[in-house]
Design a protein around this ligand. Structure first.
Ligand code: BDR
Ligand code: CA
Length: 312
């Protein structure tokens, strides 16, 4: 398997699925955690519990516990207090490999040729790594981000959660010259789980698919309470699949920036969709379309593949 991936995440229901996919579809070298859906202690605990549950040898490094500007946000109303609401994974016995995710990311980028970074939480760790190692762009195969929206937000009317949680970090990363792939809400909301998805996983009656079924049963209950629909966007898996299965996506080069100061729009992503900034070259590859049917089959097949005893 040639694709090497490090995932920076805040597990989180969809983060867990992103990890499970990356572990099967690529070489998942390590996981770094950041505060986001819940506090850093919980996102790290969840990442450790998940890799131990898999019996996988994937090191977990914890990172930033607050945004660059000092704020601490969370999405506990969606993911539950622990970040893995609706589930009860045993706490891991293994400790974190380090509490210096930023340095670990830099070391991995230097050590591994053609590494992909997949960032599916607030971008604090990634921004700090780029600041400390600006030459990262010359080493990386690419950076894939779940964040932003060409339309409405989900944390505020204007802002998507991962960008809203650390807008300064997001702006630094998007304008860093790394030319990241962006999977925003406009993409991820094309790719939904529903109760049938849960049923297929539950019917397998196996630990890993069963765990994901528990995660998404809870998520559908939360979405029902919040938006009145029993379905949820599979946000973070998109950022993995666009790397492992790019043919399932359409991408458009675009200039993207982040609003930092708006009273109502802090954390909003601005996508120059009509090239009004014609003299500003594109800085991102924006995923605009996903083949949702094929991606759903791929996700289910991959998760059901955990029914056999091996973790990889
Ligand atoms: C993003 O925010 C988090 O709640 C999810 O894990 C995802 O990364 C979606 O806006
Ligand atoms: Ca996430």
């Amino acid at each position: 398997m040639s694709l090497n991936i490090v995932i920076d995440c805040d597990p989180g229901h969809d983060d867990a699925v992103a990890i499970l996919l990356a572990n099967k579809l690529a070489n998942l070298k390590s996981i770094t955690t950041v505060a986001g859906n819940t506090d850093l202690a919980n996102t790290t605990k969840n990442a450790l519990a998940l890799v131990e549950f898999l019996g996988a040898d994937i090191p977990v490094h914890s990172g930033a516990d607050q945004a660059l500007a000092g704020a601490v946000r969370n999405a506990r109303h969606v993911h539950g207090k622990t970040g893995f609401g609706g589930t009860n994974l045993p706490a891991a016995k293994r400790p974190v490999a380090s509490e210096d995710a930023v340095n670990h990311i830099i070391e991995q980028v230097k050590a591994i040729d053609d590494l992909w970074l997949v960032a599916v939480g607030p971008l604090t760790n990634i921004a700090l790594a780029i600041e400390a190692y600006p030459a990262m762009a010359n080493r990386l195969a690419g950076l894939s981000i779940m964040g932003g929206s060409t339309g409405p937000g989900n944390a505020t009317p204007a802002a998507e959660f991962n960008i809203w949680a650390d807008p300064e970090a997001a702006r630094a990363v998007l304008t860093s010259g790394l030319n990241p792939i962006i999977c925003g809400l406009n993409l991820t909301q094309q790719f939904l789980s529903d109760d049938d998805f849960v049923e297929v996983l539950a019917t397998a009656d196996q630990p890993v698919p069963g765990f994901v079924a528990e995660l998404y049963r809870y998520m559908h209950d939360r979405m029902d309470a919040i938006i009145g629909e029993r379905r949820a966007a599979l946000h973070d898996p998109c950022a993995v699949l666009v790397v492992t299965h790019p043919h399932l996506f359409e991408l458009t080069d675009m200039y993207v920036d982040v609003e930092l100061t708006g009273e109502l729009s802090r954390g909003m992503t601005l996508f120059d969709q009509r090239r009004t900034l014609a003299r500003t070259p594109p800085n991102c590859r924006v995923a605009t379309k996903i083949d949702a049917d094929k991606s759903r089959s791929l996700v289910l097949t991959t998760l059901l593949d955990y029914s056999s005893s091996s973790s990889s």
